[in-house]
Design a protein around this ligand. Structure first.
Ligand code: URA
Length: 422
């Protein structure tokens, strides 16, 4: 077997065997296959796709490239989001479902992006530790029902190396490559019950519904083949989620949501994802799970669980940073908001310092944007559309206002939950 024959076979549209896929991954990891050869292989996959069987095989090979976690809890649930602007879902969802007895042992990322990842957001709580030993991790899950860390063990090294190459070769958006990347990591972290929040729209990895459904079906199929309970929720990401974008601002909004006072879109999303996680993990009816989740947001149990979690990881809930300055941005138009460009708002937050362009950039946890209105709301000229929280780096009113479109006709609020595939 050699890499040129495999590239040739793929180019002709022939199916690759598991042995051939294994050969490529093994030899890329040990350095025999070079970056330029792997780039050619990834580009072929991006252009020609992979069959479902090839994708399942590739996922299995990536999964077995490193360690896998087995914490020994059978009611363990995991959630993955493909990432969006203002996405603070995990910070609400994890303690909420844990307050009903579901175990959460989660690994989250920092990552590049417009704002930090969940790990960065949580680190805006002073003292919150995002690394621990495997034994500490397991003990915390056992004792309080949830723990969240940045990285644990050497899980899926193949994805680390391949993802870095995809990032610089324009092959991030290939459906089979996304499916095998996400699912190999989810399978490696060992939860029996998996819910994936697949964002669709301008601020998202996938921006059209057809591709999103294809990806969702593929991930669900991979999950089932690996004996997992799995659901994939397609959610709208044309406007930011919730009202805040920026690390500490998002934690504050997550806390409001855990107290039952969150924005409607974030609350609805958390309850939908949570009801799937609870029904799978505790084997209860989804509607009953949904009612219990709403109850625990209203009666303070979800917030109590959050406080217990933050304390267990060394954080001080009363010490969350604010920026030095803030300024209000007034609307220069009147009408119904018809569009808020999530991607542009994300980029502006990054410009304020809330996100990274390069992986070693240091982010400012206290800056960001708080929106007062969402798509479908009516605003008058001069109303405060948003508040910008900033330190050294600023954005202009014009830059911000160019992310908005208005209409004189009434606009329907966009539907957040587009579909559930399971
Ligand atoms: N997130 C992942 O983990 N992998 C991808 O390929 C895309 C998004």
């Amino acid at each position: 077997m050699n890499v040129l024959d495999i590239l040739d076979k793929k180019e002709k549209g022939e199916k690759l065997t598991k042995e051939q896929l294994q050969y490529v991954i093994d030899n890329y990891l040990n350095g025999n296959i070079k970056d330029y050869q792997m780039s050619a292989f990834l580009t072929e996959i991006d252009l020609l796709g992979l069959s479902e069987e090839e994708t399942i095989d590739l996922t299995d090979i990536m999964l077995k490239s490193g360690e896998t976690l087995n914490l020994g809890f059978d009611n363990l649930a995991d959630k993955h989001s493909t990432g969006g602007v203002g996405d603070k879902t995990t910070i609400v969802l994890a303690p909420l479902v844990a307050s009903l007895g579901v175990k959460i042992a989660k690994m989250s990322g920092r990552g590049l992006g417009h704002t930090g990842g969940t790990i960065d957001k949580l680190e805006s709580i002073k003292g919150f530790k995002t690394s621990m030993t495997l034994e500490e991790f397991k003990n915390q899950v056992d004792k309080i029902g949830l723990a969240l860390v940045g990285q644990m063990g050497n899980l899926v090294p193949a994805d680390k190396k391949i993802y870095a190459l995809r990032d610089v070769t324009g092959t991030v958006d290939s459906i089979p490559l996304i499916a095998s990347s996400i699912m190999s990591k989810k399978l490696a972290s060992g939860a029996k019950n998996i819910v994936i929040d697949l964002k669709v729209g301008s601020g998202a990895l996938v921006n059209n519904l057809k591709e999103a459904k294809e990806l969702a079906n593929l991930m669900v199929e991979i999950g089932k083949k690996n004996d997992k309970n799995i659901a994939c929720v397609l959610t709208d990401m044309d406007e930011p989620l919730g009202n805040t974008i920026g690390n500490s601002l998002e934690v504050i909004e997550a806390i409001d949501t855990l107290k039952g006072n969150g924005p409607k879109d974030l609350t609805d999303l958390v309850i939908k994802l949570g009801s799937l996680m609870v029904s799978m993990s505790l084997n209860v009816d989804e509607k009953a799970a949904l009612e219990k989740l709403k109850e625990n947001l209203a009666n303070g149990k979800a917030y109590q669980k959050f406080k217990q979690w933050v304390q267990a990881q060394g954080g001080d809930i009363n010490d969350i940073p604010y920026s030095k300055h803030k300024k209000e941005i007034k609307s220069n138009k009147e009408g119904f908001i018809s569009h808020i460009d999530a991607l542009e708002i994300g980029k502006l937050s990054r410009k304020l310092g809330a996100g990274r362009l390069n992986k070693d950039d240091i982010i400012d946890l206290s800056v960001g944007i708080c929106l007062n209105y969402k798509v479908g709301d009516y605003v008058h000229k001069g109303d405060t559309l948003a508040t910008i929280y900033y330190n050294e780096k600023e954005i202009t009113d014009e830059e911000f206002l160019s992310s908005y479109k208005f209409s004189q006709e009434k606009i329907e609020k966009s539907k957040l939950i587009i579909d559930v595939i399971k």
